[in-house]
Design a protein around this ligand. Sequence first.
Ligand code: S3P
Length: 176
Amino acid sequence: MEQKKTHNSVNLFLIGFMGTGKSTVARALKKMTGWEIVEMDEELVRRENRTIPEIFAEEGEEYFRQKETQLLQEMREQPGKIVSCGGGVAMREENVRIMKESGKTVLLTAAPETILERVRDDENRPLLAGRKTVEGISQLMEARREKYEAAADFSVSTDGKTAAEIVREIMKKLHS
Ligand code: S3P
């Protein structure tokens, strides 16, 4: 009882590269904890009433990044949520500061081969356009690795694991 109260007073942020399973794991976490999910990409698409490729094409990436930061700032006032972050959220210092101040941050990881399988048919991620090869994904992942790791309280590898297994690992690490 006491433990649930403690964790409900903060947010749980899921970060990591595109295709590491943040949305799937958020849904599995919700099943186990009953906490609400905020799916950042979905929320921004809903607010903008256009797709992510449209936002990038019409307004530029920087505009999208500002909207992400705004949404994270709002989350500070709404503790007790599972926040499934867009893959670029941990790249901005300000975002990392907000996450550190308002909750726990879990980094999900996967091998580039696994990611390629998961994103192969997806046309909704502008940063993967022209990069859907193991080499293309590895390069971007390596360029981001340091920032992902610095933003996270701990990380969980998702390769070859079910969502339930990943959730159990997260809960164990959260409570240790
Ligand atoms: C991005 C990841 C996407 C989305 C946008 C940019 C990134 O989110 O926010 O396409 O910079 O890694 P997912 O990680 O949910 O695919």
